[in-house]
Design a protein around this ligand. Sequence first.
Ligand code: TPP
Length: 792
Amino acid sequence: MLEKLNDYWKACCYLAAGMIYLWDNPLLKEPLKPEHIKERLLGHWGASPGLSFVYVHGNRVINKYDLNCIFIAGPGHGAPGVIAPAYLEGTISELYSQFSQDEEGMKNLFKAFSFPGGLGSHCTPELPGSIQEGGELGYSLAHAFGAVFDHKDLIAITVVGDGEAETGPLATCWHSNKFLNPVRDGAVLPVLLLNGYKINNPTILSRIENEELISLFKGYGYEPYIVEGEESLEVHEKMMSAMDSAVEKIISIWEEARSKNKPFRPYWPMIILRTPKGWTAPRKVGNHYVEGYWRAHQVPFSDAKENPKSLEVLEAWLRSYEPQKLFTPEGKLREDLRDLAPKGEKRMSATRYANGGLLRRELKLPDLKSFAVSVKTSIQDEAENTRPLGLFLKEIIRLNPDNFRVFGPDETKSNRLDAVFEFGKAWMAKVFPEDEDEGYLSPFGRTMEMLSEHTLEGWLEGYLLTGRHGFLNTYEGFAPIISSMVNQFGKWLDISSDIPWRAPISSLNLLLTSVVWRQDHNGFTHQDPGFITSIVDKWPNVVRVYFPPDANTLLCTAWHCFQTTNRINIIVIDKQKHPQYLSIEDAFKHAMKGIGIWDFASNHPEHEPDVVIASCGDIPTKEAIYAVRMLKKLFPELKIRFVNVLNLFTLTPNTEHPDGLSDREFDSYFTKDKPVIFNFHGYPWLIHRLTYRRNNHKNIHVRGYRENRKIGIDAGYLAPFLKGRGGITTPLQLAILNQIDRFSIAMDVIERVEALQDEGGYYKDLLKNKQIEALEYAYNHGVDKEFDETEL
Ligand SMILES: Cc1ncc(C[n+]2csc(CCOP(=O)(O)OP(=O)(O)O)c2C)c(N)n1
């Protein structure tokens, strides 16, 4: 067995090296010549032998214990080490006929690796069995835990790079085991690959003593098994025993917890695998160390085509795997070795768990109407925008008890979604008596809260990638923490959508709340609408950004998002009490259209307007509506059209985004030539970017959040009030200091509508007084004065 296992691994290593170096002569039937070497050598060798090593040992335990496993490669740049076993077990050939199990197929595989139009040099979506690319390091463990939550029979064999382990997201993620319930969840088997080096430096964890390592991981709640060495047969033997112990431990934890239906938090097994970086490559080439040193990270040596000495070294290295013993003359893996791979969907490259869309069941959604806020007199009724959503989510949990979870970094209550706590917060650590007092901690909880946005985002991604549904809520100001991670996930979705064998997965639904405009006590540090700016430029088939203006439109938006696949749906709305505008019936129509003219907020809406007032975002909408009310009083004849934008991408031409309006439709909302005062939630330039090709762009005047605090106030008379902007602010004060307030909008209308310019001067001055009064009131009372346009 040992010998066979070693041969299988040697075949993997041979293929990995072949992918990096060989253009022709794949089985080395002839002496190696320069023309057999690729023109351009690309790929990462360093992690590859270690990845394959873990993979073949995964295969062995799958067969021995009849397990369901997925393989997650933290250092996914070592793709040759994962492609190789996926090819050997046949899946790659089944999906891509050009990579057949023969000499020709092997040659094609070598050629296609890291080659234009071929296979990526990372564990890309095209690689069957992969659920993470591994290009941006740090997310393997989070994906693994997300994958096994509610998949009680699944083990995620997860290779964590020792460089990767230095990243913030990975470092915090070890704590995920405090959320893993052995009764209902599967298990993660982390294999920390201590190959000692990153690109150009040693890794920290490889340069501390084993005792320190053991203490560290015990402290994280794991029972580490150390496997170390360089002599392959010896290390195989140790790994076999470690894998057996780890798997048996997992099975016994499962059995113990499940037989009594009593969750407990064990020390979960993990493996620390200390082997050389670039294991089995030549130790030295010329004067340089390769195997066991950072030089092995990518292509160990690059001059084999030009330098006969290097060619000799390469040939000796490749022949050291004895390809003629591993493969038949036709290029097929030796028959007795083929038996080592699991069969059918037990193969980690063919498991449904890694093509989660195949496992996905539609989310059962309750009837929206029962959660609706009743809106009798638009504008007067106030409600917390997100609270009804919490009730809706709670009901979704009830209807989907094993394939839907809510995620949040300790803000679910603050974000008014706490109705979901009826089904508990997942928690496997200690519980105290006081937790009975609305702590809601439960091993079976359906809400996942940990103060690591990275971990949550990764859990949710893993959960979705393996076929389930979820919802993440976070403060808007801190969403940029996961901006890059969401970006990577979007790339994954974008590419996956074009791969015929990858079934669509549920969309990533991300609620940004506690928004920039309502940081009444948290102040400047919590003000940042930048996340949406970073995402709007990305893949139009994936990204959607919604700004529901009130509670009912939020419900309808969420309802829609839950039915979509392969998307990133960003919903931005505040959690505080705000005016409510639309009944659930009207909200539904508005949410489906994504944009609409609001009669109740317009003046003479049936006529061609003198001015269009547009809003996007709940707080800018409120201010814009108040502006219209003042303008109606001051200029009863003025024809004002009020447009609310809920789906941000309606603004984009339909040639650039599937949700974009055609130019004609856009003109029918915003006119071809009338002034448009656009009150926006985020940075004003974003609206300009989206609309710059529209007919009426030159008349669109956008107000939004401004960072130029020292010079940002156009109106000098407001400068004395600038000092409060970074700290405690009332909502109206913050709006005025960014000039998205009702007064600024009304003044803008007076300025932009030509017919008002003469008589308007008087009223503009009046509005300035009102602005100053409002700020004075805020400074003196700490709250805003009630809005009352009759005071004008
Ligand atoms: C977040 C992030 N930062 C930096 C890099 C660049 N990078 C690619 S590989 C690598 C070293 C990785 O070391 P390790 O995880 O130990 O992988 P291995 O040595 O096994 O290749 C670095 C820094 C990256 N891919 N992702």
